[in-house]
Design a protein around this ligand. Structure first.
Ligand code: DAH
Length: 337
């Protein structure tokens, strides 16, 4: 006959010493498992002499119940201890002040947004066109003839499909707008453009904002006023503005717009190459050939157009001397804005 008293004492001692759930599981298997001591004692009941069997059986069953409860209790204790240990290890000081990291818009996006706001406040709408553009819209319909140097493989990214290219300027949006909308037209067209250019002031991808006005009785004076107001709003100072006669195939007459150097106030510096002036955009009265290609009656309508480089304006506004900084995504640079 198994000594139930001794078994109970051994069990109690082992359980009280168990310090982990895996140890406890081993003890449980040892006593209550398939071949466990208590399991064996139960199996043995049938071999006990008749007179003692009842009493012995009751004791064994009580021991089994006792063992189960004892192990369950210890299990709960160990779980509590383990939780306490875990909590004290993973302790977090919630009183440490944390500076939230605020994001900002990229300086080019900020510049684009400011340009849009100024023109929207003057009554312009914003139009967009595709970056993969028809050669016809990018060149032909803008009066840029087949032999024009801009069309050279050296300057333009052509794509595999015949008749398509990565737009070299936002001017094709003028064509798209005039083909799809009747005058009066007052739009700007911001977006990405692509050229085979790569140096500290040129990037193969950059941004432009195109402007187009088509209405009755539009004169060079309207253009001059619009551009001057824009530039003074943009640079937040009353900058001197001058228009220099120039040439673009899609405008006649054409002009280049300079502002008094915002870096040296016109005194002469490295950025303005000692001239005191900075070139900031091109513009002109829409060429009759462009109107005709879009089916706009030049007897009734006239208009002006302009185009500016966003990176160029952002560099002048923020005082940055390398265009590449905008595209490197260096977090220390971006945090400045
Ligand atoms: N498309 C010209 C360029 O990329 C910029 C430009 C000049 C646009 C004069 C115009 C304009 O609309 O009238 O260099």
């Amino acid at each position: 006959m198994i000594d139930l008293k001794a078994l109970e004492e051994d069990l109690r001692e082992e359980v009280s010493k168990a310090s982990s759930l895996s140890q406890l599981a081993q003890i449980k298997a040892k006593y209550l498992g398939k071949n466990g001591y208590i399991t064996q004692a139960i199996a043995n009941i049938k071999n006990i002499p008749q007179e003692e069997r009842k009493e012995y059986g009751a004791k064994v069953n009580k021991l089994k119940e006792y063992a189960e409860n004892l192990i369950r209790q210890r299990e709960e204790e160990i779980r509590k201890i383990e939780l306490q240990e875990k909590l004290s290890k993973e302790w977090l000081d919630l009183s440490i002040p944390l500076e939230p990291a605020y994001g900002t818009y990229h300086p080019i996006t900020q510049t684009l947004n400011r340009i849009k706001e100024i023109f929207i406040s003057m009554g312009f709408s914003v139009m967009e066109g595709p970056e993969v553009e028809l050669e016809e819209y990018n060149f032909d319909m803008l009066n840029i003839p087949k032999e024009h140097p801009a069309r050279d493989m050296q300057d333009t990214f052509y794509v595999n499909k015949e008749g398509y290219l990565l737009r070299t300027h936002t001017s094709p949006v003028q064509i798209r707008t005039m083909l799809s909308h009747k005058p009066p037209i007052y739009i700007i067209a911001p977006g990405k453009v692509y050229r085979r250019d790569d140096d500290p002031t040129h990037s193969p991808m950059f941004h432009q904002v195109e402007g187009l006005v088509v209405d009755k009785d539009i004169s060079f004076g309207h253009m001059k006023y619009t551009i001057e107001v824009f530039l003074r709003e943009f640079f937040e100072v009353n900058v001197p503005v001058r228009f220099r006669a120039s040439y673009f195939p899609f405008t006649e007459p054409s002009a280049e717009v300079d502002i008094g150097c915002v870096i040296c106030n016109g005194e002469g510096c490295r950025v303005c190459k000692q001239s005191g002036w900075l070139e900031v955009m091109g513009c002109g009265m829409v060429h009759p050939a462009v109107f005709e290609s879009c089916g706009i009656d030049t007897e009734i309508y006239s208009g002006f157009a302009f185009g500016m480089g966003v990176e160029r304006l952002a560099m002048l506004y923020f005082g940055i001397d390398n265009i590449k900084l905008f595209f490197e995504n260096n977090i220390r640079f971006l945090r400045e804005f």
